[in-house]
Design a protein around this ligand. Structure first.
Ligand code: MG
Ligand code: MG
Length: 255
C-alpha cells in the first residue's frame, strides 16, 4: 500500500485543534478499555466508542471509509488479527489480546490512535508482544525530531522489534494525519536511517507499529477488511498521532 500524498504542515492553531480531536479520541478509547472483559462483544466496544464521539460532537473517519465501505467506528482485532477487524457478535474470551483502533474527527481535524491489551490473564508471549510493540511506538516517537528523516523513525522501530525476535508488517504503514485521516508522508515500520522525508515543525504523523510474532506476512479475510498474520501467530498494534515541533515531539492523542 503505497501512496504519494501531500505533506501538509500545520499551524500552531491547527495543532491545537488536532490536540482536541486527540483528547476526544482518547476518551473514546478509555470507554472501550473499561469494558474489556470476557463475554463482552466487539460490537459492544464499538457502541461505547461511538457514544463518546457523539457526546462530543465528533464522528469516526473509519465509518464508510474505503471499498467496501468500512461498517464501524472502530477496528477491533483479536489475537492473530493485526488490524481492521470489524466489530460484531464475537465475544471476548479470557486470554485474548485485543487491538482497538479508533479515529475521531472533531472540528474538521482527525485524531488516530490504537492500543492492544489483554483480556484477563494472557500468556507470557502475548505480554512480551504487547510490551515490545508499545515500546516500539515510544522509540519511534522519540525519533520525531527536526534533523531526522522518516526513515530514521522506521529503522528505529524495525531494529527494536526484530532485536526482540518479532516481525514488522510491510503492507501497512504510519501516515501523515490532519484534515484527512491519511496524508503524506508515509512512515513504514521498516526502513533505512537517513532516508525518507526530512521532519519539519508542523508535520503531524500517525505512527503505528504493527508487530507479528511469527512472520511479517499477512492476508486479508473474505470480509475484505480483517488483516491476519499468515501463520495465525499473535499480533499487536499501538498508535499515536504526533506533531513534530521545534523541540520535543507532541503526542496529540492523549488526555
Ligand atoms: Mg489508527
Ligand atoms: Mg493510522
Amino acid at each position: 500500500m503505497n501512496w504519494d500524498r501531500e505533506v501538509l504542515l500545520k499551524t500552531p492553531a491547527e495543532i491545537a485543534l488536532m490536540r482536541e480531536a486527540g483528547r476526544v479520541n482518547y476518551l473514546a478509547h478509555q470507554a472501550v478499555r473499561e469494558l474489556l472483559q470476557p463475554g463482552v462483544t466487539t460490537a459492544d466496544l464499538n457502541a461505547a466508542a461511538e457514544e463518546v464521539l457523539r457526546k462530543h460532537g465528533a464522528y469516526s473517519p473509519f465509518k464508510n471509509y474505503g471499498h467496501p465501505p468500512y461498517p464501524a467506528s472502530i477496528c477491533v482485532s483479536l489475537n492473530e488479527e493485526l488490524v481492521h477487524g470489524i466489530p460484531g457478535k464475537r465475544k471476548l474470551q479470557e486470554g485474548d489480546i485485543v487491538s482497538v483502533d479508533c479515529g475521531t474527527v472533531l472540528e474538521g481535524y482527525v485524531g488516530d490512535s490504537a492500543w492492544t491489551a489483554g483480556v484477563g490473564e494472557i500468556s507470557p508471549l502475548a505480554r512480551k508482544l504487547l510490551d515490545v510493540t508499545e515500546q516500539a511506538l515510544s522509540i519511534g516517537i522519540a525519533m520525531m525530531r527536526v534533523g531526522n528523516r522518516t526513515g530514521d523513525i522506521s529503522a528505529a522501530i524495525q531494529q527494536f522489534v526484530e532485536a526482540n525476535g518479532f516481525h514488522v508488517t510491510r503492507e501497512y504503514t504510519g501516515h501523515g494525519v490532519g484534515r484527512s485521516m491519511h496524508e503524506g508522508p508515509q512512515v513504514p515500520n521498516y526502513g533505512n536511517p537517513g532516508t525518507g522525508s526530512p521532519l519539519r515543525p508542523g508535520m503531524t504523523i500517525a505512527l503505528e507499529p504493527m508487530v507479528l510474532v511469527g512472520t511479517h506476512r499477512t492476508r486479508v479475510l473474505s470480509d475484505q477488511w480483517t488483516v491476519i498474520s499468515i501463520d495465525k501467530s499473535l499480533t499487536a498494534h499501538f498508535e499515536h498521532s504526533v506533531a513534530v515541533t521545534e523541540g520535543d515531539p507532541l503526542v496529540l492523542t492523549v488526555l
